[in-house]
Design a protein around this ligand. Structure first.
Ligand SMILES: [Zn+2]
Length: 253
């Protein structure tokens, strides 16, 4: 049953459809409690450091909109199934700097790893484009891709002796694109427009080539995502095979 609520009424119909045209499973697992982690510093955008960066962060069990929470939990179910991971998920107050993170730490029982999503980032992406819901799904898939990397050999293969996180980040963009390709096939929505996510990635690209947190240039991020999207549309492979294809691609970029 789809409920009509003020928030959704304000959203574009396409966006609403995207966020609701999905099925269920791990909602209770993902949104089961508010958690206070121990204490400390926030990382830079989408930091991958394991260690203690969840310290001091209050992790919230709601975006503030129960219906939106429900839609997001349905999307997360698909992402988790696609990547064969089951991290905990929560929101946090990112009013100081819009952000989302993946962490090795497991802080919600019966989950492995944690993804946290800023409430401001969520609101901004939804408001920025009529397909903002797809950008949100893409960013969530990017963070779940980091969980997959951390829980497989790909983290070391892509980081190894690399001076920056660029390969890890572009690989996560590739896998996020792959997920959106799967989503396009699953929903059979021929009007899906991935431009919102492309623009979002482009804006989050950087030219800090010598910074540890370098994510790839705006163009590299778009290219990696598009290649992954094509893979999702055309190949029904195991996530491990997809990850290998993505690794081979980003190593050439
Ligand atoms: Zn990332």
């Amino acid at each position: 049953m789809m409920l009509s609520i003020p928030f959704f009424k304000k959203m574009n119909l396409k966006c609403k459809k995207l966020l609701t045209n999905i099925c269920v499973l791990i909602a209770a697992l993902l949104f089961n409690q508010a958690v206070y982690a121990d204490s400390a510093d926030l990382p830079e955008y989408c930091s991958l450091q394991s260690g203690l960066f969840l310290n001091g962060l209050e992790i919230l069990d709601s975006s503030g909109n129960p219906e939106l929470d429900q839609s997001i939990s349905l999307e997360l179910t698909h992402i988790a199934e696609s990547f064969k991971v089951l991290p905990g998920f929560g929101f946090y107050d990112d009013s100081a700097a819009k952000n989302a993170f993946a962490a090795r730490e497991s802080i919600i029982p019966d989950t492995r790893g944690t993804v946290i999503f800023g409430k401001q980032l969520l609101a901004n992406e939804l408001a920025r484009h009529k397909w903002g819901g797809l950008a949100v799904a893409g960013i969530m898939a990017h963070e779940f891709a980091h969980i997959y990397q951390m829980q497989s050999e790909f983290y070391e293969l892509l980081l190894g002796s690399q001076p920056t996180h660029k390969l890890l980040e572009l690989h996560a963009d590739y896998l996020a694109g792959y997920y959106l390709g799967l989503k396009r096939l699953r929903t059979n929505d021929t009007e899906i427009d991935i431009k919102a996510f492309l623009d979002s990635l482009y804006l989050k690209g950087d030219t800090h080539f010598y910074s540890r947190g370098h994510h790839g240039t705006p163009s590299e991020r778009k290219d990696a995502m598009l290649e992954g999207y094509k893979m999702g549309l055309t190949h029904n492979l195991d996530i491990h095979e997809v990850a290998i294809a993505g690794m081979n691609l980003v190593k050439k970029m």
